[in-house]
Write a protein that binds this ligand. Sequence first.
Ligand SMILES: NC(=O)c1ccc[n+]([C@@H]2O[C@H](COP(=O)([O-])OP(=O)(O)OC[C@H]3O[C@@H](n4cnc5c(N)ncnc54)[C@H](OP(=O)(O)O)[C@@H]3O)[C@@H](O)[C@H]2O)c1
Length: 214
Amino acid sequence: MSRLRVSAFTVSADGFGAGPDQNREQPLGRGAEQLHGWFVPTRTFQRAVMKQDGGTTGVDDDFAARSFENLGAWIMGRNMFGPVRGPWPDFQWKGWWGANPPYHVPVFVLTHHPRPPLEMEGGTIFHFVTEGIKAALDRASAAAQGKDVRIGGGAATIRQYLKAGLVDEMHIAVSPILLGKGELLFEGIDLPALGYRVKTHVSTPAAMHLVIER
Ligand SMILES: NC(=O)c1ccc[n+]([C@@H]2O[C@H](COP(=O)([O-])OP(=O)(O)OC[C@H]3O[C@@H](n4cnc5c(N)ncnc54)[C@H](OP(=O)(O)O)[C@@H]3O)[C@@H](O)[C@H]2O)c1
């Protein structure tokens, strides 16, 4: 059965999924380069995103690999897609990931600003959804054809799906850095009241991995 998953989403030890002042030079916000210190060195990231061999194996890589398994569609917020804010001045911005993004399935980008679908190499098509989270999930679920739908982020997008009670499973990696400011993942969210519990957790030198389920 198709599940709605958050996978490999990383927060700082003080709970931020991105630092302040996101922009073209610092996609994750100020001071947050080390947020993905557990993920970037893994064999999975190196293959899927950097398109090169090598990389680490072990627990961090196992979680990284699992995050890409059985995915039929993605959902992301417009801030994860890129640094452009407000109405699109043009359609030059095509995401952070180059001509062949590491998705290879339809990706539904939540935004208030309409834009035609954007077809990339390798099977990724970005669809821009202005009708809200339920419409994005309906379209993603239909596109996924029984596979899982992954919410890539960022924090603002995940929070909306959590509040609506729609997320089945989350893998959250807690990175040993402090950000102080930025996008708080669980701000205003009472996870136990929503029925979530920590199912498993395992720590590596680079992160604590939590699997949270209902
Ligand atoms: N830590 C991680 O693992 C991780 C993973 C992914 C991304 N990130 C980072 O997280 C940051 C982005 O997160 P974020 O919390 O700032 O933003 P986000 O969730 O990526 O995007 C928020 C934006 O998406 C649009 N949007 C969201 N919900 C909508 C709705 N219901 N209807 C219409 N539009 C909607 C709005 O943009 P408009 O009003 O402008 O259209 C909104 O400002 C980036 O720095 C990214 O690099 C981190």
